[in-house]
Design a protein around this ligand. Structure first.
Ligand code: PRT
Ligand code: ZN
Length: 290
């Protein structure tokens, strides 16, 4: 026990690089870990434990790690009593029902699941879905390669994680509907850690993570505007706070700066231009402290 906060990350997989990138954006200096099991940040009392994603919920529950970053799908499937402190905005995927792309086999709606066999690596989530929707289907639990179950005659349908849909296509399967949306989450055994010092470290880390996530979903918008259309332009800008207006050498113009939700830019650009805005710039924000 050295008082360091311990975080479990996926050792090698889809969440590894994005988890490390996020911690680095939080200002943590983490060396390239290659094959080591534990790495300590150089400038923050944080130890990183690299584990298989399936093991992370249990290690967090047992207190081997104080916190962990893992897919929500794994957290729910494992059913351990752990809490989600923060959604991380990456590792997005869905658990979907898919069926063989052959005439007469289409699954259009949930009732079509009745009396079918469904192969999945997520029996807990699927069972819950079937129960909630009063559907009767047989679940075949497989630990991997679920997508080949229909062609092997093991199951009628599958229930599997999909992101691009390429794997389904390659296996001549069609997506029917989704039963669960997932993304990476930061989890802990309880909402506050028992050790006061560690809990302070956790709160500091959470503050930084939230600032990075806020910054990621926002952009800094800058433009020049004729003074007489300032009112019209500020009405168009979906600013999170009141825009900053600055004088320019040309007295007829002002500079307008605002933080906007990243996904709104393309919706407002034509309106801004029609209202007379010029020299429009959109910049990324690295950090946003509240
Ligand atoms: O070795 P370890 O056990 O740690 O890794 P793993 O192989 O079990 O997990 P990994 O790295 O594949 O996924 C880690 C987490 O990433 C998952 O628990 C999900 O939360 C999330 N995630 C996001 C995904 C996908 N996207 C995804 N596409 N997990 C799995 N897949 C699979 C999917 O099942 C399909 O078979 O990838 C395949 C390709 O998907 P398509 O739709 O892009 O073709
Ligand atoms: Zn795994």
């Amino acid at each position: 026990m050295n008082g360091n906060l311990k975080i479990a990350l996926q050792k090698k997989g889809r969440l590894t690089d994005k988890s490390l990138e996020l911690l680095r954006l939080c200002g943590l200096d983490i060396e390239n870990y290659s094959e080591r099991l534990v790495v300590t940040a150089r400038n923050f009392p944080l130890e990183i434990l690299f584990l298989r994603d399936d093991d992370i919920p249990e290690y967090v529950k047992d207190g081997v790690a104080d916190i962990g970053i893992v897919g929500e799908n794994v957290v729910i499937e494992k059913q351990f009593p752990i809490v989600t402190l923060q959604k991380m905005g990456f590792g997005r995927c869905s658990l979907v029902i898919a069926y063989p792309d052959i005439p007469g086999k289409a699954v259009a709606s949930p009732v079509d699941l009745n009396n079918k066999t469904i192969a999945t690596s997520y029996p807990v989530i699927l069972k819950k879905y079937l129960e909630e929707n009063k559907l009767e289907a047989k679940i075949i639990e497989l630990s991997g390669s679920v997508e080949i179950a229909p062609s092997l005659g093991v199951a009628d349908l599958i229930c599997d994680i999909v992101s691009t849909g390429n794997t389904l296509m390659m296996n001549k399967l069609k997506k029917s509907f989704k039963i669960f949306d997932s993304e990476a989450v930061l989890v802990s055994a309880s909402s506050a850690l028992k050790d006061k010092k560690k809990n302070d470290l956790l709160n500091e880390l959470l503050k930084r993570i939230r600032s990075v996530l806020r910054a990621r979903s926002s952009k800094y918008l800058m433009m020049n505007a004729p003074k007489n259309s300032l009112d019209a332009i500020t009405k168009i800008i979906p600013a999170l706070k009141s825009p900053t207006v600055l004088p320019l050498a040309d007295e007829n113009l002002v500079a307008v700066h605002a933080v906007i939700p990243a996904d709104q830019f393309w919706n407002i650009i034509d309106d801004l231009k029609s209202a007379g805005a010029s020299g429009i710039l959109l910049l990324p924000i690295e950090n946003m402290i509240e």
